[in-house]
Write a protein that binds this ligand. Structure first.
Ligand code: FAD
Ligand code: UDP
Length: 372
């Protein structure tokens, strides 16, 4: 029997940021790509849907931020970024607090106005927990920020987000929330931050220019497509590729409820977190504020964290010891799989921010194409 004709250099499974950046890098080096996606649109989780002339982040709020000069310069070849600065608010029983925890938050909580007063207050709050070795998230948080911040701003949000008691969660999750003794509500410390002025969809469309694209095609149901290319770049779920042979990797999922409101400005901020346990959603996003939209109506999205099952979208990998061990087994299989490159958030089973995905796709492309 004759070998099948390889029409493309690469079959790219998934048109999210990883697949799109890899495809752009391949085409730039004269390679041909077929990009497939099981969804009806390109872009993966950064896809935006236009409603009432507003770009709605369909799979959750996406704010680009990075310290990586090369990644920043690379993306600026395709789109320009605005000066959006993420400064979420937290709402707790009708009280509003600035995030991340900074002098504004401390003033709102305790009426303190100087860094010394704030540091004294936090030291007093943390004193009961001094010297203990934290064994879970609750103990870690109490030791870092004390009772008031933990009860009002962390406990309810975290337990909703992860669907488990804070006493059953690993402490490392909370190490991501720094204390800042300046009046600065910028959530990120990175040098660069913003939203593409032309939109995330334009970014993906430009990256995929000169690729063939097929939508609504699930690779796992059409594995024969691998025959059309020399190499497969797979960005879907790692365990699914191997038919779950060692068992399922766990995720957290989200449900989004989007509403159009007949008002120009609903909450005066893009992101408001709801930190009380009895409010079922974790946050409300008002999409127009990402870009200073002046439309007469507004679109908001409520975000409800959910248990994941295979009928739902897999959003957050659960990087606990058990799942990491399972992922390691799958990664070993992936490394041994001939002519397949695994990449991106789902295939690596890692919670990557967008800049890390772009960095990883650029590096993978370099590594592959410069020897291809
Ligand atoms: P994805 O975007 O998931 O793309 C994978 C694509 O592969 C999808 O389109 C999928 O349909 C397709 N696919 C999967 N399996 C198959 C198959 N079998 N056959 C065909 N196609 C398949 N990052 C930030 O930097 N800032 C943020 O503010 C931010 N907010 C986030 C908020 C939420 C709620 C979530 C979930 C993520 C957020 N991220 C954020 C992370 C960001 O979404 C990711 O880094 C990035 O989108 C991952 O790109 P990817 O290509 O790896 O994966
Ligand atoms: N968190 C919290 N209160 C908030 C926001 C975040 O307690 O108002 C905690 C929560 O445990 C969350 C973690 O901080 O899982 C990280 O939050 P971040 O928004 O930085 O992460 P992401 O949602 O992007 O993973």
């Amino acid at each position: 029997m004759n070998a099948p004709i390889k029409k493309y250099d690469f079959l790219i499974v998934g048109s999210g940021l990883f697949g799109a950046v890899f495809a752009q890098q391949a085409v730039e080096r004269g390679k041909s790509c077929l990009v497939i996606d099981k969804r009806s649109h390109i872009g993966g989780n950064i896809y935006c849907e236009e409603i009432e002339n507003i770009q709605v982040h369909r799979y959750g709020a996406h704010i680009f931020h990075t310290n990586d000069d090369e990644v920043w310069n690379y993306l600026n070849r395709f789109v320009h970024f605005n000066r959006y600065t993420n400064s979420p608010l937290a709402s707790y029983h009708g009280e509003l607090y600035n995030l991340p925890f900074n002098m504004n938050t401390f003033r709102q909580l305790w009426g303190v106005t100087t860094p010394q007063e704030a540091a004294n207050k936090i030291a007093e709050q943390c004193k009961p927990y001094e010297g203990q070795t934290p064994t879970n998230l609750e103990e870690q948080a109490l030791q870092l920020v004390g009772h008031d911040i933990y009860e009002k701003l962390i406990k309810g949000y975290t337990e909703k987000q992860w669907g488990r008691k804070a006493t059953e969660l690993p402490s490392f999750i909370i190490k991501r929330l720094p204390l800042r003794f300046v009046y600065d509500n910028n959530y990120f410390n990175d040098a660069y931050q913003g939203i593409p002025i032309e939109g995330y969809n334009t970014l993906i469309t430009k990256l995929l220019k000169n690729c063939d694209i097929q939508l609504g095609v699930d690779f796992l149901e059409h594995r024969e497509l691998a025959q059309t290319a020399h190499t497969v770049v797979y960005t879907g779920m790692l365990d699914a590729y191997f038919d779950y042979r060692f068992g399922h990797l766990a995720y957290r999922s989200l449900a989004f409820e989007t509403k159009v409101l007949d008002t120009a400005n609903f909450q005066g901020n893009t992101v408001v977190n709801y930190t009380a346990a009895e409010v079922p959603y974790t946050r409300i996003i008002e999409h127009k504020h990402f870009v200073g939209g002046q439309q007469p109506k507004t679109v908001i999205t409520y975000e409800y964290p959910q248990e994941w099952n295979s009928a739902k979208e897999a959003y957050y990998p659960i990087n606990d010891t058990k799942n990491e061990a399972l992922a390691t087994h799958y990664r070993q299989l992936a490394q041994a799989e001939p002519n397949v490159i695994f990449g991106g958030r789902l295939a690596d089973y890692r919670y990557y921010d967008m800049d890390k995905v772009v960095r990883s796709a650029i590096d993978t492309a370099r590594h592959t194409l410069d020897k291809h």
